[in-house]
Design a protein around this ligand. Sequence first.
Ligand code: G3P
Ligand code: CA
Length: 245
Amino acid sequence: MKTKIIGHRGGAAGYPENTLASFKKAVELGADGVEFDVQLTADGEVVVIHDELIDRTMNGSGLVKDHKLSELRQLNAGEYLSSEFKEEKIPTLAEVLEVVKDLEVINIELKNYLPYPELEEKVLKLVDQFELREKVIISSFNHYSLQKIKKLQPEIKTGCLLMSKMINAADYAFKRGFDALHLHFLTADLEVVDKAHFMGMQLNVYTVNFPDAVNELLAKEVDMIMTDELEMALEIRDDFSKDQI
Ligand code: G3P
Ligand code: CA
């Protein structure tokens, strides 16, 4: 099997996370896919941003959910990293899908610790508009939300995000009909990888930024490696695949 390399929040090192600049660069670098986080604005638009607060990555303050899209668009979303990116704005989900729609995998993480009414319905509607049902995997730390996704559209793949090394993680996810475990890479031992595969689920890991860890996870045959260092991980994976032939 060939492990897929997925750009985490875009994943192009040196590019601001979750911006169109980072997603365009991920496509250019040859990523197999990208992962990104979605939330809702005050006027119900699906936007791509990691933190609930805009303070870290934008030149404003407060919660995403308390700003209308038009207000957020007045701010920049890239200057926190470099003045080179001062024109970057917070992207909508539709804008990101337009950029990444030809990649093999699109991992949409519902970042909904806060309640976002109908986030699931809105995301699924856009996935359908772009005809991306086959290649999208929706993940979340909010497993109620994943259950809702499964109820609304059973054929959409879901990834059960976990932070801790949970007892019987594979059984937990399988029992709820999820399609994948999305584990912190340090918790992905061979036992859980093999068990997930035995149960017909994917085993995907985040966020892997060191060459040794990439090599170890390739040897364990995880399905997807999410990384902030796309160039590094793609090079190691491609060398690894050559050695397998
Ligand atoms: O989806 C994997 C990973 O992105 C989860 O953690 O905090 O980077 O969204 P976080
Ligand atoms: Ca994420």
